[in-house]
Write a protein that binds this ligand. Structure first.
Ligand SMILES: C[S@@+](CC[C@H](N)C(=O)[O-])C[C@H]1O[C@@H](n2cnc3c(N)ncnc32)[C@H](O)[C@@H]1O
Length: 199
């Protein structure tokens, strides 16, 4: 299903990074080693690479990875793209300065919990997890995202899942988004920036 969605020439979520990422990227150290989870067609990884980050980007849809590679080449940046189903991703411990997940609510809670646990594990002590996705009321907005309120983020859910991290930012808000044809219009969003304790 995802691969079919990415079959055309157009970039389904556009080629510009998520506003959340450009807002929060200043928290990353210079030259940060970043893992991007479910990167899609490359918009966020390519932008981060342009900022000087060393980005590994995991994505399960071959059509998306092919377009992401073309976008990186067109922008003259290098990204380590990995075509891999996230159910098989090894989540190497302490390997990254940050892990980002932007609109990765593609499965039910247990699937998302495993990914969140993996993201927490793969950042080094003092490293950051950045999550950006939809709040439950998004389901009524019809401007993108899965049609399942129970797959969405709430502040309480993220506080619980990141109870052993330091919450640096957590917000639930509405904003206009204009990200390709996939996300367009008023959206109910949740942002999280959480830091693994330095130990
Ligand atoms: C809503 S899109 C977001 C893409 C990208 N993060 C962005 O913001 O442009 C969700 C992405 O998750 C990917 N995906 C879904 N299930 C996956 C899985 N099991 N393993 C890896 N990627 C998956 C899809 O192919 C798609 O690219």
């Amino acid at each position: 299903m995802w691969n079919d969605r990415f079959a055309g020439e157009a970039f389904v979520y556009g080629t510009a990074p998520a506003a959340f990422l450009t807002r929060e990227a200043g928290r990353l150290p210079a030259g940060a080693r970043v893992l991007s989870v479910a990167e899609g067609e490359g918009r966020n990884a390519v932008w981060l690479a342009g900022q000087g980050c060393a980005v590994t980007a995991v994505e399960g849809a071959p059509n998306a990875v092919a377009k992401a590679r073309r976008l990186a080449a067109a922008r003259g940046v290098t990204v380590d793209f990995r075509l891999c189903d996230l159910r098989d991703w090894p989540w190497e411990a302490d390997a990254h300065d940050a892990a980002i997940g932007i609109f990765i609510q593609f499965g039910p809670r247990d699937v998302q919990d495993r990914m969140m646990a993996g993201m927490k594990r793969t950042v080094r002590p003092g490293g950051l997890v950045l999550l950006h996705g939809f709040a439950p009321r998004q389901v009524g907005y019809g401007t993108g995202g899965p049609p399942h309120a129970e797959w969405m983020y709430t502040e309480a859910l993220l506080r619980d899942r990141f109870a052993d991290f330091e919450i640096r930012a957590l917000r639930d808000y509405d904003a206009e988004i204009d990200e390709g044809t996939g996300h367009r219009g008023r959206a109910a969003l949740v942002d999280l920036v959480a830091r693994r304790p330095a130990g």
